[in-house]
Structure formats: structure tokens, C-alpha cells
Design a protein around this ligand. Structure first.
Ligand code: PLP
Length: 219
């Protein structure tokens, strides 16, 4: 199936409140343009340099999401234009995003990454670390970032029960902290679900899925 056919098929399965991020990492601009011409306007990338290159080449009405692990020293390259940064997992990184956003007179939306998978290698915060960030004095002072939600990645497994459990866990953390309201903390986005597990994620309350290979083919 073509990229546009894949997109049409996935979109037809999505509830109205679920946003589709087309994950285009490693794919050439011609492929992204095919998705663009099929009306896709939100793209997710994992690598800073690749994101910047594609941003420069592609139409300007695209919303670019950074979904990879972001190093503090690279924030400056994406700060002028990035719409949403998914994988934030430290106060240090939030502070750097705030600093770079300020230079460009922007408020940059962020998602905090929560560690839900079994694997040790995956990035993300536990609940205690999340609280230590959001209830700190330093966090309150960050006026050029806004945390609009949480992001998570389930264990890479065929065990649907396990995946369901992990997504349910992040959903409950999301619901718990959604009731807090601060100037820079207004949760409305739960970014869970990739090609292999987005159907389960939607059952568990996902509002944003990040789909790569099911749209663009395997990498
Ligand atoms: C690559 C990637 C995706 C998309 O993965 P697919 O399995 O190709 O859909 C989603 N989220 C993150 C964080 C990724 O790195």
C-alpha cells in the first residue's frame, strides 16, 4: 500500500479526539511530501539535525514534533520552530528549553516522559521524579515552557496484557496530575501508542499516537 493509503486507513480507525503524529525519522522528504499531500500536517522526528533539514525543505504550515531523546546542547537548533517536544525527562532540559524559547519570544509546549516499560534502557521519569520537578520552586519560574501532557513507551513485547498494564499506569498518572493547574502546567495530551500498539493505547485513553512504520514502511 502507498503512504497515502496507509494514512487513510489509520485515520479511519481513530476517534476524533486522537491526534496522529506521522513519525518520519530516516525517511526522505519525498515520502514526507506524499503524506503532506494526503493532508498530514503533523510530523515527528527523532534527530535534531534531520529535523532542522526537513523543516527547511518542507512547507511552512507543518507542525514539527521532536520525539527523540533531546540533549540540552541541541535545544537551540529546534527552539525557533518546534511545536511540541515529547520526551522531556529532566528539570535541566526544561530549563534549557525555557531559556532558548525566551530568546525567540516563544512558549514551547512540552510533554514529560514517564518510564512505564520493563526495559531499563528506556528514558523517562517515575512518579516521584515527576513530583520533584513540578513542585519545585524552579519549575514555577519557567515562563517560556508549558507542559501540556505526558508521553510514554510501552515494553516492546507481544504480550498485550503487559502493554495494557503499562498504558493504564501512565493514564492513571496523567489523570492524577491533570487536576493540578499552574501557569505552565495544563495537561490535555497523553502521547502513547506506536505502530505495534496504538490500538491498545487508544483503549487506554491515548490522545496522541506516534506512528512511523505503519505509514512509511519499515526502517
Ligand atoms: C520511532 C518512534 C515511533 C514510531 O515507531 P513505529 O513503530 O515505526 O510506529 C514512535 N515514538 C518514538 C518515541 C519513536 O522513537
Amino acid at each position: 500500500m502507498s503512504i497515502s493509503e496507509n494514512l487513510t486507513k489509520i485515520k479511519s480507525q481513530l476517534p476524533e479526539n486522537v491526534t496522529l503524529v506521522a513519525v518520519s525519522k530516516t525517511k526522505p522528504v519525498v515520502d514526507l511530501m506524499e503524506a503532506y499531500n494526503a493532508e498530514q500536517r503533523i510530523f515527528g522526528e527523532n534527530y535534531v539535525q534531520e529535523l532542522v533539514e526537513k523543516y527547511e525543505l518542507m512547507p511552512k504550515d507543518i507542525e514539527w514534533h521532536f520525539i527523540g531523546h533531546l540533549q540540552s546542547n541541541k535545544v537551540k537548533y529546534i527552539a525557533p520552530f518546534v511545536s511540541l517536544i515529547h520526551g522531556v525527562d529532566s528539570l535541566k532540559l526544561l530549563k534549557e528549553i525555557n531559556k532558548q524559547a525566551k530568546k525567540h519570544n516563544r512558549v514551547i509546549d512540552c510533554l514529560l516522559q514517564i518510564h512505564i516499560a520493563e526495559e531499563e534502557t528506556k528514558f523517562g521519569l517515575n512518579e516521584e521524579e515527576l513530583e520533584s520537578i513540578i513542585f519545585s520552586e524552579e519549575f514555577k519560574k519557567l515562563e517560556n515552557i508549558k507542559v501540556i501532557g505526558l508521553m510514554g513507551m510501552a515494553t516492546n513485547t507481544d504480550d498485550n496484557v503487559q502493554i495494557f498494564k503499562e498504558f493504564t499506569q501512565i493514564r492513571s498518572i496523567y489523570c492524577k496530575y491533570k487536576v493540578y493547574r499552574m501557569a505552565n502546567w495544563k495537561l490535555n495530551t497523553l502521547s502513547i501508542g506506536m505502530s505495534s500498539d496504538y490500538r491498545i493505547a487508544i483503549q487506554c485513553g491515548s490522545t496522541m499516537i506516534r506512528i512511523g512504520s505503519s505509514i512509511f514502511g519499515s526502517r
